[in-house]
Design a binder for this molecule. Structure first.
Ligand SMILES: Cc1ncc(COP(=O)(O)O)c(C=O)c1O
Length: 305
């Protein structure tokens, strides 16, 4: 058969970080000593109590499909995490659990952007943003901030980059790759600019919240006038050393969370069941609270035990 590929895949670039990490693996296999700084892998293993919770859930037969946006007990735990750590106050319907923060971001792009829209990415940036935006048909617009400004976009720069087509602003804080952390006052100043542009959605990638060497973490979505127009993305990969588990989550306006869930329902359904149970335990220990036991099934999920 003749090779035939879609226009979409032909136009897409492969993930640069995944390409680099494969190269590192290949060189290691050839006997080279390689320090691999490509993928954001924490330097500790998933804590034992989290692994035990997954095993307990598996042993208890918690192996079926879960609700697409995530187990209610996990979404409740995430709801409390957002509230305590980030001053973000979501309803359960505003939260969607996905196969990694990466899928949360892809869901948001596909749910929100249209061809012709522009999405501003603060640079230096995590490489997947660019291709995800392109996959949605929208145009990525790079807004650079160099070392002289601590890799932080200024309000003036933001204002200048906004056009009539801008529909999204996307950045990570703490930032991958620079590690820079936007202070509360800096995010307030950017949010002030956005007051003039109510059609622009902010996507705040906070996956590195707990790997922060710079300053106090602050969520732009907690600024009162930003609450209804910010999607906050986070996950278990980095802070809990669970990269391979593929568990991320987003909180945002109900209409967008519902749209993300709709997209996810067609691509992957809910995230893996026993991983979600273990994530409840991960957040529980972090909080010093029992959000529910691995292996028990809430009546709400209706899943078999
Ligand atoms: C900035 C940023 N956002 C999102 C992700 C994806 O996280 P996850 O592994 O939960 O999909 C990464 C992973 O490296 C990242 O660096």
């Amino acid at each position: 058969m003749e090779i035939k590929l879609s226009t979409l895949v032909k136009q897409m670039a492969e993930s640069e970080t995944i390409k680099m990490s494969q190269k590192a693996r290949d060189l290691t296999a050839q006997g080279h000593e390689v320090i691999n700084l490509s993928l954001g892998e924490p330097d500790f293993d998933t804590p034992q109590h989290i692994k035990d919770a997954a095993v307990a859930a598996l042993q208890a037969g918690f192996t079926k499909y879960t609700p697409v946006p995530g187990l209610p007990e996990l979404r409740k735990a995430i709801q409390q995490k957002f509230s305590r750590d980030n001053d973000l106050h979501f309803g359960l319907d505003d939260i969607v659990v996905s196969n990694g923060a990466k899928q949360c971001l892809a869901n948001v792009m596909l749910a929100y952007l249209d061809p012709g829209d522009e999405a501003i990415i603060f640079t230096p940036y995590w490489v997947s943003y660019y291709e995800m935006i392109r996959m949605s048909g929208a145009k990525p617009v790079l807004l650079g901030a160099g070392i002289d400004q601590d890799f932080k976009v200024s309000p003036g720069q933001l204002k200048e980059a906004i056009t009539a087509r801008t529909r999204m602003i996307l950045f990570s804080s703490p930032c991958n790759p620079t590690g820079t952390v936007y202070a509360k006052e800096e995010l307030e100043a950017l949010a002030e600019v956005l007051k003039e542009y109510p059609d622009i959605l902010v996507v705040s990638d906070e996956i590195y919240e707990y790997i922060n060497f710079k300053g106090k973490h602050f969520s732009i979505g907690s600024i009162p006038h930003m609450r209804d127009r910010t999607v906050t993305v986070n996950g278990f990969a980095k802070g809990f050393a669970m990269t391979g588990w593929r568990l991320g989550y987003m909180g945002g306006p109900t209409w967008l969370a519902k749209a993300c869930s709709k997209i996810q329902s067609q691509f992957t359904s809910g995230a893996n069941s026993f991983g979600q149970k273990a994530a409840v335990t991960a957040l529980g220990k972090w909080f010093g609270t029992d959000f529910g036991d691995a292996g028990t099934v809430s009546a709400e999920t209706g899943s078999a035990r």
